[in-house]
Design a binder for this molecule. Sequence first.
Ligand code: NAP
Length: 257
Amino acid sequence: MENSLKGQVALVTGGTKGIGKAIADKLSSAGAEVVVTARTAPAENPNGHYFIPADLTQAEDAETIAIEILRKYGRIDIIINNAGANLSPGGGFSTLSDEHWYNDWQLNFMSVVRINKALLPAMTEQRSGVIINISTGAAKQPIWGMTMSYSSAKAALNAYSKALAGELGPKGIRVNVVSPGVVKTPLMLDFIENLAKSSNSTVEEVFQGVMDKVGVPLGRMAEPEEIAGLVAFLVSPEAKYITGTNYSVDGGAAPSV
Ligand SMILES: NC(=O)c1ccc[n+]([C@@H]2O[C@H](COP(=O)([O-])OP(=O)(O)OC[C@H]3O[C@@H](n4cnc5c(N)ncnc54)[C@H](OP(=O)(O)O)[C@@H]3O)[C@@H](O)[C@H]2O)c1
């Protein structure tokens, strides 16, 4: 993959931690100029990613990101819509307020729609580009009582991505979804620690509970780099005939093909 992305400009939202950071590092190592966004600047940035502060739940921040990228680089070749999280508490449908639903949909769905809308005029003019939307296995198989609003927003993201791929294929732009299973990131580790506190259990017990509930044949969580490897392939010229698909990277957890 060395230099396969040389001369290309890539945006990775949420590129300062977890899966997004691993993707940003991987795309840099393949030669791309990488722009990362998050609410907080990373403490360390050894690969010199260009950082734009943004809260993607705020509609105007998508426009700010697009303006800044096009001002600095004059083009955009790769968009990785990675920022996302389950912002709602467990407990099922009756615990979810309108605000929980709104927050999950803003971060996990509307932010992606807005980023793409702001940058697609530039990509369309170039008649080339790749978009990867990071979804989750829980879009197809919600975790009962835990992910209702998050799973719904990500399921909408999957359908939106398919529609976008159909529309943009004739313009030379590919759109794919990558759906991780359980990945060892700050988000996942916080989730496990909070659940341990609220259920009076140990971190080890909660970890085992999550693994049993999800059921991972490979028997462990993914490392962020294992998601980044697939993303790097999908944005590369090797994948130039692949669009409109949704790839699971879940250690075999999905219960159906
Ligand atoms: N970890 C898993 O097991 C797992 C499984 C399936 C799918 N996923 C998906 O993978 C993606 C990445 O997850 P992760 O586990 O790597 O998360 P993470 O470790 O929490 O990292 C999330 C990144 O997004 C940024 N971010 C969060 N909220 C934001 C906001 N409102 N505006 C702008 N940036 C924001 C964070 O930086 P700041 O906090 O500084 O803003 C950080 O850079 C998400 O879409 C998630 O749904 C994760």
